[in-house]
Design a protein around this ligand. Sequence first.
Ligand SMILES: [Zn+2]
Length: 340
Amino acid sequence: MRALTLFADRKLELADSPPPPAPGDGEVQIAIKAVGLNHLDVWGWRGMAFAKRKLPLVVGAEAAGEVAAIGPGVTNFAPGNPVVMYGALTCGSCKACREGRDNLCENVQGIMGFHVDGFARELLNLSARLVIPVPSGINMRNAACAPIAFSTVEHMLFDNAKLQPGETILVHAGGSGIGTVAIKMAKAIGCMVITTVGDDAKAEQAKALGADYVINYRTDRFEHQVRKLTAKKGVDVVFEHVGAETFNGSLLCLKRGGRLVTCGATSGPSTTLNLMQLFQQQYKIFGSFGASMRNIRDGLAKMASGLLPVIDTEVTLDDVGAGLARLESRRVFGKVIVRF
Ligand SMILES: [Zn+2]
């Protein structure tokens, strides 16, 4: 069986590996059909000094597939069912897991595709507990955007920032995989959306997605533009994932009592913070990582009702290096999908 395997930094190869055994008790065997690439993969590909993991490693943190076989005791899946998988090996029994806060599991055994072998292989066995059915009518490449892109945004906007209809939101990097999803989800509930992009072509694409205002951050200071667009009031929510380059400007965009939610630091992990500004302006800052299985189901339900992901490129297994390079270059508008 073929598996996309990382042997060393930037040494990603399509390797031959033995197929999994028949699924065991409570397990489902899944034939992978599409894998979504994320910045997590770019980091993993570049090599991250702080990540505890052993190479070689099968990559792929987000995927969709079809049930190929079921193990003893599995009653809720049948061969042929379209599914997506939760990519963190949670325990299923700690307090956080019991309460449905899966991404706060106290005994998590790693993130697939990053700490432990991931989804970019033809077949794999996984506990049925971590497998989520895909509603009918959703194709595999769209479904592959549910486990990370859609669910991360669901968790950020609705669990953490508690975005309400009619509020104003600044979405950073509106052309990124999660940026495109955030624009669509915020517009779907009737928010006013301001977004930033790095070139004029992306500005047109972001407007076509429904963004009310688009700022080219290379030619305009986004914090000044946001003050202007909101009559100096600021926005209710900032959707952050750019990090060091934008974080302080993002705080300046918030209205008093505004909420900033962040899930990334692609431009760098460290910044300074004016604590006087933080408490006087009564900002609320949320760190958000991953999502719950409920967020994945909610994201799939939105896809079923017509809120679809934006796909930048589909590549074959042989071209995955080009897909990662495209993601790293920030030229993308939407998601990069690898087809099996
Ligand atoms: Zn747990």
